[in-house]
Structure formats: structure tokens, C-alpha cells
Design a protein around this ligand. Structure first.
Ligand SMILES: *[C@@H]1O[C@H](CO)[C@@H](O)[C@H](O)[C@H]1NC(C)=O
Ligand SMILES: *[C@@H]1O[C@H](CO)[C@@H](O)[C@H](O)[C@H]1NC(C)=O
Ligand SMILES: *[C@@H]1O[C@H](CO)[C@@H](O)[C@H](O)[C@H]1NC(C)=O
Ligand SMILES: *[C@@H]1O[C@H](CO)[C@@H](O)[C@H](O)[C@H]1NC(C)=O
Ligand SMILES: *[C@@H]1O[C@H](CO)[C@@H](O)[C@H](O)[C@H]1NC(C)=O
Length: 808
């Protein structure tokens, strides 16, 4: 293990380094910039002028504005994103990019209307990107908030919907308040369209399902919905295969603006607009609609359908639905043609009984018309004439339908009405004869409204299943409804328990035992206990996969501390940290419930058969550095991880690094700030000071990060036990030797990509060597590490000889 002094390698002090912070460029929006809501306010425009972010004056009320993003070059305004429209901004409201609170929209009196939400507090600048994504950047150039990650009703090219992602329709074309349709990618990989019940937000079972769920082979299941720049729209399966959502005749083209919008009438429409200003057809044209025919698409047992109750849906030439009330009926709300219809006359058993006449009604015949659910009686075999007669004689019957010798009697309310050439049913609508019309039609509407609402609240199908098909089995809907309420109640009680932050969920032992199927499937064993796979169901949400960590070494009698620590962990929010969802501290059991990440640990990725690419590796390294930087510098109290190693780094859908197992050291009875009592950490990654009687500081994490960084660069473990060349057995030593001999290339032997990126390779190795300095004071802080990795500050020359590895 040769250590050579290089004359040019004299030590610089890190402290003297220049500190350049953000990488903003011309046209970016600086902190303090603002726009005032006035009709002629200048929006923030993207460099190519394609997109603008600013105030859109509402057509319905000129004194109100919506914070929105639209196409800047398209004359007829097309809005692709908007802030919460429940409270539009009055004239002279202001949106401002603040350093500490993000993007803030406040009214003229300074009252907050809306803000972008994120955790870290130092904002550097914002950018209206040419893709249509509005991004708020932090001082480390990290993306703190993106409009792409907070979509409304529209998806743009390069925007991705992940599992759990939602597009919500607006209420009407020019009313941006949330409507009742949703497009979602479920946790099981199915992309679905469904309506929601507006009172409870619960989803009805879907009217469109992509069928990209494969129970037998999860790599076949969808994991993202994507729209490419050339207009290809598809569900990406976990095995990278595509399930196309385009109509077959769509020709990909980059000459158009493409967008996918969930229209207010429930159709998911892919449309395009020519980019060239000289094009003749400067208009949006729809190339794909999902579903192909929203009127005849599957009907649910519950809910009102695309058109309201008693309304009839017909498909227009543009494949969008139109709703028409049946003869003798009119809209409950004249302004809402997609809403419910009500009869203009009195009917029903009570009304009929008050008349001595038996022939109060006529039947109006509607060809190719059907309300597929809501039959209360089926008569078979039957003739058309008998069918009509049965309905006329029955005071409950509102509509009779006849199809191939079968007669269906229906009563109010009538959902999912449709009229289409594909429908073979004839409907006969009962209408009161003009001569018997009542002068003062009683307020039927309110009676029915009440009735619908009450039954809805009970009958709503809670869309729970991990498989969509499960949802068609509506077992004991009433049970579900009440158990949902019961759970909500339980949840509320527990979340306030012991002052633990309310976003955190409390679980009792039994719940977690059930969620993990009796602690059946082990995901891994950490330094603190075993991690099990689990599935958590909460009322309205889809079941989520979780990782349940059963802590085995928690010091007893530290009830209060456990909660304090859990609280500290719960307050961390960073994209490079694994999120804590809940906990359990019942009796002797202490468990933590974390989000489950799809791509396993860094250890299996890095040391597995398929080595990650250089680019992926450097991204992962930066991610870990960001996460650690956050734990060290942004958290109060500061969190020292104490056990950074590849087994504790998890990878999400995008292979972004997420640090796990942080904040647990107190639970093990280790006082970080004082001399340690029990050696923590993992052999090969622990800093030398663990073996001495000096206080343990954040620099132990810096050391471990250095070792990890070398492993990431070289794709090998720090210590190779199985023979081989002795000088390479310990990576930290070998790396240092290579560096001092000027043979850094040897570290990445056959990795052409890394060899082609030599500057970065050297930079990363140097940073790693700084991190593993034995002298604690020479090790940089994580913030400096990050700045060096990002090439924002220079890496100073290294002091040699190499730090020698401590074999414990
Ligand atoms: C939108 O604003 C309304 C009224 O301020 C609020 O009740 C609602 O929760 C907000 N919705 C979202 C998604 O933030
Ligand atoms: C910004 O736009 C460019 C292309 O113009 C794209 O490559 C980049 O990924 C976008 N960044 C974000 C954060 O959306
Ligand atoms: C419905 O969802 C919205 C946002 O998605 C939320 O603000 C609102 O509180 C929810 N309402 C109920 C009753 O859960
Ligand atoms: C799952 O499907 C992929 C292809 O989509 C196939 O390569 C793999 O062998 C399948 N796995 C199993 C267990 O069937
Ligand atoms: C363009 O679209 C508008 C609004 O949808 C419509 O009124 C107009 O007729 C369309 N023009 C052409 C040329 O298709």
C-alpha cells in the first residue's frame, strides 16, 4: 500500500473556497419577483415563449383571476394547469416567489389564497420551463415544487403519472372548480377513469380500465402513464413494455403541441395543435378519446354516470357526450345540462292513488335507449304490448324497457341513460297525459334529491380493491360504509394520541399483524430489526404497500422518548428520504411503518448482476448527498444517521436514492452528542472516531458517505474478502493509491461511460477521499460535499499520505 507525496498536492483549506450557489440562468424568476392580478399583467414566460405562467381573467367574472399556465403562442387560450380554483384571486392579488415560503398567492389584503407546498426553506429561483412545467428550485438546484407533479386536468409531453397519480376534471369548460371525473393510475398498475361522489370524495368503480394489471406477473403491470413529445400516449409496464393508449391511426409527430386532458364531461382526450404559425388548421384536433364511447361504456351499479340521473347520454361527432332529458322531464338545474333531470309532472303511487282514473299516463317510445341498471322487475317471456300494459298498471313503474321478449320495469332514479345505435332496447317513458296535468306540480325535485343523497351515502361503492375486479363484488355495501366511518373515527382518535404529529398514523399491533399477513414476508434485516412487507387499506384510498419495521432492540421504559423520536422522524420531508407513514407502540411492540419503494436497496442494485450505468450511479450519489445534507443542516434537532451503507439506501420508481433508517439511534439508547457507549454503524463504513473516546458528530456520516461514494463509483464492496489481489482488497486504500499514482482509471476498469467522463470521475474520487480523512476537522460538511459533487465549488487538492483503513 504505497503512499506517495505529490508535490502539487498541498492542502488547501476548504473554508477558503468560493461559494457559488444557484445555477439560475437568464430569464429565470428570482426570489422577490411577483405578478399582480390585473387584466394586462405580464406573465412569466418560458424561454421559447411556448408557455406562460400568470393570471387568467375568469370569463364568468372579470374581477376574478386564476393562477394558471397556458400556451403563450396559441391565440385561443388553452389552460394546462391552475391553482386551486375553489378560491379565485380578486383583482390586485399578488403571486410572489418568496425565499422562505415558496410561491405564494395572496389577496390584496395580504391573506394567503394558495401556495406551493414543500419542506425545505431556501428557495433560489423559479423557472417556467419550455416543457410547460413550472419549477421552483432550491439553492442546491433541487426541484422543490413542480406543476408537473401537481397536475390538474391536463398532462403534457414529458409529464409522468406515477402509481397513485390523479388527473381531476374541471366542473365545466370555463369553471375550473374540481369536477366529478378522475383519471388515475392505481397502485396495482391499472389506469382507470372513474367518477367520484362529490360529498365524500369516494370513487365509484371505473368506467374505463386499461387492464394493465397482471396478478401473476407484476413486471407486466403498469407503473407509469406517459405522454411523449411526439404524442405517443401509453402505460409503461414495469418491464418497460408499452401499452398504447393512442387510437390506432395516430401518427407520431413532433410538429404539434400535444396534450391529454380529462374533459369536464369525463372523456380523456388526446389532442394536438400545429406548432407552425403558418399551418392552415390552427386548431386543436382530438386524435384519441378514452373511452371510445363514454355513453355505452360499462355501467356501474351505483352513481349517476356521465349524464345525471334520469338523463340520457348520446355521443356527438367529436366523441364527446351530450345529455338530453327524456320527454316530459327537464333539468333540475337549468345551467347544468350534464346534471339530473326531473319529471315535469306528478307521478308515483301516492299521486296515482289520489286520482280515480286508471288512464293517467301515456307512454313515449324511445328507440335504442336504455337505462341498464335500476330494474326492479323483469318479466320474461313477454310481448311489447304486455310490457307496456304492465308498466301503465304499476304505480311504481316509471319506465319500461323491452328487449327480445323480456320486459324490464324501472323506477326512479334512473342512472346511466344512453341512446346509441348499438343499444337494442326500446324504452317506454311514462308521461302524464296533458289533460290530467296538475296545476301546481309539487316539489318532487327536493324529495328525490333527498332520497338520492341518502341512498348514495350508504350505497356508494367504496373503491377499495387492489384488483379492479374485486370491486365488482359489492358485498355488504352497507357494512363497508359503516366500517369506513368507524375507521375514520379510530384514525382521528389515534392521530392525536400522545402529541404525535397528526399526519402520522397510529397502528395497533393487530392491524399490522393483519397488514403483514402475520409477519410473513421479510423484505430485509436491518441493524434495528426485521422489515416485513405489508399492505395497508384506508377507507377511500387504494391499498398501499408498506414496509413494516419491527424494532427488536428498543430500550425498554422509554415510552416517551420513542414518541419524541418518531415525531422527529415524521417531521422530515425530503425526496431523498424514505417517508414514515405510521408507527405502533403497543405493549412491548415497537414498529415503524414506512412507504415501500419499488426498486430495492442500493446494495442489490450496485453489487448485482446488472450494474447500473455511470449516469445512474452519479445521480444516486448526489441524491444520497442531498438527503444527508438535509438531515444534517435542515432538521432541528439535527439528525445523525450513524449507519450509512448501501443496504440502507433504497431506490424509488425512478431509481432515485432514498435514505432509510435515519433518526433511530436514540431509540437504541445511544446519546449521539457524547461519548458513545456501544459501537454503532457497520464494519467497513464506520468512522475511526467510533473507536475513540471523542464525541460523535455529523462527520461520522461524512466518513461513511465517502466509503459509499467509492463503492458507487467502482461498483464493488469496500472490503473484498475472497482472495484476489491484496492491494485491491480494501477499496478505500486502493482508491487512494490509485489517486496518488494518477491511475484513477483503474478503479472503473471496463466502464467506458465512466472513462469517458474523466473529470467527473476524478472529482467524485477526490470528494470521497476528502470524506474519509481520519482527521475529523479535514472532512468537509455534507453541504460542501454536495457543492463539490455538483461542481459548484472546486475540490481542493488532497493532503497525503492516504488515510489508513481502520480494521476493527
Ligand atoms: C382549495 O381551497 C378550498 C377553499 O380554500 C379548500 O377547502 C380546499 O381544501 C382546497 N383544495 C385543495 C386541493 O387544496
Ligand atoms: C425543462 O425543459 C427541458 C427541455 O426544454 C427538459 O429537458 C427538462 O427536463 C425540463 N426540466 C424540468 C424540470 O421539467
Ligand atoms: C376531497 O378532496 C379534496 C382534495 O382532493 C379535499 O380538499 C377535501 O377535503 C376532500 N373532502 C373530503 C370530504 O374528504
Ligand atoms: C414475467 O413477464 C416477463 C415478460 O413480460 C417475463 O420475461 C418473465 O419471465 C415473467 N415472469 C414470470 C415469473 O412469469
Ligand atoms: C376551431 O375551434 C373552435 C372552438 O372549438 C371552433 O369554434 C372553430 O370552428 C374551429 N375552427 C376550425 C377551422 O376548425
Amino acid at each position: 500500500m504505497a503512499s506517495i507525496f505529490h508535490p502539487f498536492l498541498s492542502a488547501y483549506l476548504l473554508l477558503l473556497l468560493p461559494l457559488v450557489v444557484a445555477q439560475s440562468s437568464a430569464g429565470d424568476i428570482g426570489v422577490g419577483s411577483s405578478i399582480e392580478a390585473t387584466p394586462d399583467a405580464k406573465p412569466w414566460v418560458s424561454p421559447s415563449n411556448d408557455f406562460a405562467f400568470g393570471f387568467h381573467q375568469l370569463e364568468t367574472n372579470n374581477d376574478l383571476f386564476l393562477l394558471a399556465i397556458w400556451y403563450y403562442k396559441i391565440p385561443s387560450r388553452t389552460i394546462v394547469w391552475y391553482a386551486n380554483a375553489t378560491r379565485p384571486a380578486p383583482t390586485r392579488s399578488k403571486v410572489e416567489l418568496t425565499a422562505d415560503r415558496g410561491l405564494v398567492l395572496s389577496d390584496p389584503q395580504g391573506q394567503l389564497i394558495w401556495r406551493s407546498v414543500f419542506a425545505i426553506r431556501d428557495i433560489a429561483f423559479a423557472r417556467m420551463n419550455d416543457t410547460g412545467n413550472f419549477v421552483v428550485y432550491g439553492s442546491g438546484s433541487e426541484q422543490l415544487w413542480e406543476s408537473f407533479k401537481n397536475p390538474t386536468d391536463t398532462m403534457l409531453p414529458t409529464q409522468v403519472i406515477r402509481r397513485g397519480g390523479v388527473l381531476s376534471s374541471r366542473h365545466k369548460g370555463s369553471n375550473f372548480v374540481k369536477g366529478r371525473f378522475q383519471f388515475r393510475l392505481l397502485a396495482d398498475g391499472n389506469a382507470v377513469l372513474n367518477t367520484i361522489n362529490m360529498e365524500s370524495n369516494l370513487s365509484y368503480s371505473p368506467y374505463y380500465i386499461s387492464e394493465t394489471f397482471d396478478q401473476a406477473n407484476s413486471s407486466n403491470s403498469g407503473f407509469q402513464v406517459r405522454l411523449d413529445e411526439d404524442g405517443l400516449f401509453y402505460v409503461l409496464r414495469a418491464n418497460n413494455q408499452r401499452f398504447s393508449l393512442n387510437s390506432e391511426d395516430v401518427v407520431p409527430s413532433a410538429d404539434y403541441y400535444h396534450r391529454v386532458t380529462l374533459t369536464f364531461d369525463g372523456v380523456l382526450a388526446l389532442s394536438r395543435y400545429p406548432k407552425s404559425p403558418t399551418a392552415s388548421n390552427r386548431n386543436w384536433s382530438v386524435s384519441t378519446t378514452i373511452p371510445d364511447n363514454i355513453c355505452t361504456t360499462r355501467a356501474n351499479k351505483y352513481g349517476s354516470g356521465t349524464c345525471g340521473y334520469n338523463n340520457i347520454c348520446t355521443l356527438k361527432a367529436d366523441k364527446r357526450p351530450q345529455c338530453n332529458c327524456p320527454p316530459g322531464y327537464s333539468l333540475s338545474d337549468a345551467n347544468d345540462e350534464y346534471g339530473n333531470c326531473q319529471a315535469d309532472f306528478m307521478q308515483g303511487c301516492e299521486a296515482d292513488a289520489s286520482s280515480s282514473r286508471g288512464d293517467l299516463y301515456d307512454l313515449v317510445e324511445l328507440q335504442n335507449t336504455d337505462w341498464p341498471s335500476s330494474d326492479y322487475e323483469v318479466i320474461s317471456p313477454c310481448t311489447v304490448n304486455d310490457c307496456k300494459a304492465y308498466c301503465l298498471q304499476d304505480c311504481l313503474c316509471i319506465v319500461a324497457e323491452y328487449n327480445k321478449g323480456e320486459c324490464f320495469k324501472k323506477t326512479l332514479p334512473l342512472p346511466y341513460g344512453r341512446q346509441d345505435a348499438q343499444v337494442n332496447t326500446i324504452a317506454f317513458v311514462k308521461v302524464r297525459k296533458a289533460e290530467f296535468a296538475q296545476k301546481n306540480p309539487p316539489i318532487i325535485s327536493t324529495v328525490y334529491e333527498k332520497r338520492y343523497r341518502n341512498s348514495l351515502m350508504i350505497l356508494i361503492s367504496v373503491f377499495l380493491g387492489s384488483s379492479v375486479f374485486v370491486n365488482f363484488v359489492f358485498v355488504g355495501v352497507l357494512c363497508l360504509g359503516s366500517s369506513f366511518l368507524y375507521h375514520r373515527k379510530i384514525k382521528r382518535n389515534h392521530s392525536n394520541r400522545n402529541g404525535i404529529q397528526s399526519s402520522l398514523r397510529y397502528f395497533n399491533y393487530k392491524e399490522l399483524e393483519e397488514a403483514t399477513n402475520g409477519f410473513e414476508e421479510e423484505l430485509g434485516r436491518g441493524s434495528f430489526g426485521i422489515v416485513y412487507k405489508g399492505i395497508i387499506k384506508t377507507g377511500s384510498e387504494d391499498p398501499t404497500q408498506v414496509a413494516v419495521k419491527k424494532l427488536d432492540r428498543v430500550v425498554q421504559d422509554m415510552d416517551k422518548e420513542f414518541r419524541t423520536e418518531v415525531n422527529v422522524i415524521a417531521q422530515t420531508h425530503h425526496r431523498n428520504l424514505v417517508k414514515l407513514l405510521g408507527y405502533c407502540d403497543e405493549g412491548q411492540s415497537r414498529m415503524l411503518v414506512y412507504e415501500c419503494l419499488s426498486n430495492g436497496t442500493l446494495a442489490s442494485f450496485l453489487f448485482g448482476d446488472l450494474k447500473p450505468s455511470w449516469n445512474q450511479r452519479t445521480q444516486i450519489a448526489m441524491g444520497i448527498a442531498r438527503g444527508l445534507c438535509y438531515l444534517h443542516e435542515e432538521c432541528s434537532p439535527q439528525i445523525i444517521h450513524c449507519d450509512i451503507k448501501p443496504q440502507n439506501i433504497l431506490l424509488d420508481d425512478y431509481y432515485d436514492a432514498r435514505i432509510s433508517d435515519f433518526g433511530l439511534s436514540k431509540l437504541l439508547g445511544i446519546d449521539q452528542s457524547c461519548t458513545n457507549t456501544a459501537i454503532r454503524g457497520t464494519k467497513g463504513y464506520v468512522a475511526p472516531e467510533w473507536f475513540k473516546t471523542v464525541p460523535v458528530t455529523v462527520k461520522v456520516d461524512v466518513y461513511s458517505f465517502g466509503v459509499l461514494l467509492l463503492e458507487i463509483v467502482c461498483c464493488r464492496r469496500n472490503v473484498l474478502m475472497d482472495g484476489g489481489e491484496e492491494e485491491k482488497a480494501i477499496l478505500t486504500d486502493w482508491a487512494c493509491d490509485c489517486f496518488s499514482e494518477g491511475t484513477v482509471d483503474a478503479l472503473v476498469e471496463n466502464d467506458a461511460e465512466a472513462l469517458g467522463d474523466k473529470m467527473k470521475l476524478e472529482r467524485f474520487v477526490m470528494v470521497a477521499l476528502w470524506c474519509i480523512q481520519e482527521d475529523i476537522s479535514l472532512r468537509p460538511s455534507m453541504k460542501k460535499v454536495l457543492l463539490m459533487l455538483e461542481e459548484i465549488i472546486m475540490v481542493p487538492a488532497l493532503p497525503l499520505p492516504c488515510p489508513s483503513y481502520i480494521s476493527a
